[in-house]
Design a protein around this ligand. Sequence first.
Ligand code: KIV
Length: 289
Amino acid sequence: MNASSPSPAQNQASTTSLYGGVTNRRVTVRDLAAAKQRGEKWAMLTAYDALTAGVFDEAGIPVLLVGDSAGNCHLGYETTVPVTMDQMVMLSAAVVRGTKRAMVVADLPFGSYQESPAQAMHNAARLMKDAGVGAVKLEGGERSARSIELLVEAGVPVMAHIGLTPQSVHALGGYPVQGRGDEAAHQMLRDAKAVQQAGAFAVVLEAVPAELAAQVTEQLAIPTVGIGGGADTDAQVLVWTDMAGMTAGRVPKFVKQYANLRAVLGDAARDFAEEVRTGTFPAEQHTFH
Ligand code: KIV
């Protein structure tokens, strides 16, 4: 068997549903391309540790993103800007260890790829070799096209990220919706086409008017992954702590909370503390003799 003749498992899986069809190997870029052809929508969640990633893998989420949102959602920073390569390697390796089937995509954090395509390649290789991820993600459209091209030529699958790019929070003055107005919309289309042309296998569209996200999705051959991009993108991604109700305080308008884990965990911790205080825990069944 050589590189141009995929194994029977690869052939079979790329024609079946992303939900349950692929069980004996990880989801690949070919599966995602085939899903776009079929018009099958898919879900991506962030994950930052082995335990949570394992839960999402068992639930059949086909793509897990070790986002640099770990900065705000896992490591206690205010933004994604301080996140380092060492942190991304550690978190990504844990997510890979905790999963069997999902494609694991890791973010290149701020400052790890903007200097040059060579810097992007160096750090993408670290994520693939030291953490074992299947793909990397980086922010930027036309401005990142040269780096995407080099990575793809070198065999690194790249997910691009345009629209609201959180690593630019200080330049943007916050997290405003992007692509409003004719010029901004045209730039978004140029950015989307530039990353596709450079070889990206998918592109995240963050905080983009739904009509524009639909137009981008229609004009691209690669899958679009929306977060605050309306219902017409090929896939949807949410930050897991937002989706599961772990985040304290306000969440963005585009978030739907599917559980209230913060309340569940808080109640469990309060019940434990109360039982310790009153001497009801540990009981006889938790005790060795
Ligand atoms: O870092 C992240 O979690 C992301 C998603 C919001 C797409 O980039």
